[in-house]
Design a protein around this ligand. Structure first.
Ligand code: 4AD
Ligand code: MG
Length: 455
């Protein structure tokens, strides 16, 4: 028999053929004459209906067991599916004790429940859909940048710098002391090394020879946070664009990337996305529609503070020009501006890292920075024009006591420097926004956060 994935078997193109499928049992139903199984292999949300004679020894055919089925693909008499598999052989490859298995047949367990089983949750429809969406969104982002002529760069995971200067670093050292003792207590890399918080500085290096570059990889922050939008390990999409002098250019790329990725997902994974829009956050498709229909709003940080100060809502954190925007503020601003994505530009100089470009021409001391805030999540992207003026950068680094550490960075401004800028988008937050998932731990296969590093 011809071996098929289940997504191929359910599309009626092989009707009348002898086929073999492999997968996991999603339901078992007994009737007098017949035994009905639904088998899923993760290739799509759909399961294949398998019909077998009830004579068959079905004691081991339980929910969750792994099976291999051979038989004839025929037109299904039921209107619920086009095809079914008339089994002539069913082999139970891996048994599954339904009493101990944490998921129960026909039950839709909520995300919080399945999160307790990170090693098993991919066996549920919801998480299986999430994983396909994640994979497809990765492809969509890469396609977007490729089509625009960007080069993908593999930035390092281990680095000796703290790009964001926020001190949220995980230090990297060998687990075994002996090696260090042999080296007279020297750190492994001779300098302190950390897991990367952002690939930006490495992208800036490469952008010194390319029109546009991007990276997509894990980044790490030792944020002692139990929030619904922070992880200690998350994936970030970062882009760096050479010869750009305006925040508008950056905003255009952020908005286009968001739209083209979302369009791609809606077109390529309609069933998987619909599962979230129906069962996880019912009606979320309307929110996504609205985001896709409207062009994103733009306000300055100063306008944002004005809006917050005038609001009748009580916030846990008070607002004042110069304060950092908290999640509650970000969510309020997005709502206030019509529940569509909102760019906030020109943040106070003191709120952004050393590399942000000083807005010398503006009355208040701000930098050319832009955050993209989205409904339900708050900050999705953060970007800046980078300070390319050597003297300004030198002063800023000297003030922070970083001039020695960033000598190489100053070189970038010395040798064929161009105005440039870029941004980073939290991939998990993007998925939260489009799927309507409240907790970031439910959109990543293996979440890491303070006090939790399972598996
Ligand atoms: O705003 P951030 O800190 O910006 C940077 O790191 C820049 N160096 C990026 C650049 O210009 N190349 O982080 C970018 C985005 C945030 O907007 C947020 O979506 C996400 O990364 N992010 C997190 N996502 C999950 N968990 C965390 N702890 C996150 N911290 C930031
Ligand atoms: Mg930020």
């Amino acid at each position: 028999p011809k071996k098929l994935r289940i997504c191929e078997a359910v599309s009626s193109s092989d009707m009348g053929t002898n086929v073999k499928v492999q997968g996991w049992v999603r339901s078992v139903r007994h009737q007098k004459q017949n035994l009905f199984l639904h088998v899923n292999d993760g290739s799509s949300l759909q399961s294949l209906q398998v019909v077998a004679s009830s004579q068959l020894n079905h004691r081991l055919l339980t929910f969750g067991s792994a099976v291999e089925v051979s038989g004839l693909l025929v037109k299904s008499p039921s209107r619920r599916q086009e095809v079914e598999l008339q089994a002539n052989q069913i082999h139970v490859v891996g048994e599954c004790n339904p009493v101990d298995f944490p998921f129960k047949v026909k039950e839709r367990h909520d995300l919080e429940y399945i999160r307790q089983f990170p090693h098993l949750r991919c066996r549920t429809n919801t998480f299986s859909s999430l994983l396909r969406i994640r994979s497809e969104a990765t492809t969509a982002i890469q396609l977007y940048f490729r089509d625009k002529g960007y080069v993908q760069v593999h930035t390092p995971v281990i680095t000796s710098n703290d790009c964001e200067g926020a001190g949220e670093l995980f230090q990297v050292e060998p687990a075994f002391q002996e090696k260090q003792e042999e080296d007279g207590g020297q750190p492994f890399f001779s300098v302190p090394a950390y897991l990367v918080v952002s690939g930006q500085l490495h992208l800036e290096v490469i952008a010194g020879a390319f029109p546009g570059v991007f990276s997509f990889g894990p980044t790490f922050r030792a944020e002692n946070s139990q929030s619904r939008r922070h992880l200690a390990e998350f994936f970030m999409v970062e882009a760096e664009i050479s010869f750009t002098q305006s925040l508008e250019d950056l905003m255009k790329v952020m908005e286009e990337m968001f739209r083209s990725t979302t369009e791609h997902l809606l077109a390529q994974c309609p069933e998987d996305v619909a599962l979230f829009h129906k069962h996880v956050t019912p009606g979320h498709n309307d929110n996504v529609d609205l985001m896709m229909k409207s062009s994103f709003n733009v306000i300055t940080y100063t306008e944002a503070i004005d809006i917050l100060n005038r609001s009748s809502q009580k916030f846990a954190f008070e607002t004042d020009w110069g304060c950092d925007l908290q999640t509650e503020h970000e969510k309020y601003l997005v709502k206030h501006c019509g529940n569509i994505p909102l760019f906030v530009t020109d943040y106070p100089y003191t709120l952004k890292p050393f590399y942000a470009r000083d807005n010398l021409d503006k009355p208040l001391h701000t930098v050319a920075a832009v955050d993209l805030l989205v409904p339900g999540v708050g900050e999705l992207c953060g970007g800046t024009l980078r300070e390319e003026r050597l003297d300004l950068l030198k002063t800023r680094l000297a003030l922070a006591g970083l001039d020695e550490t960033y000598r190489w960075y100053l070189d970038l401004r010395r040798f064929g420097s161009v105005p440039h800028g870029g941004f980073g988008m939290g991939f998990e937050r993007y998925l939260q926004c489009v799927l309507g998932v409240d907790n970031i731990r439910d959109v990543i296969p293996f979440p890491r956060y303070s006090h939790s590093c399972l598996l």
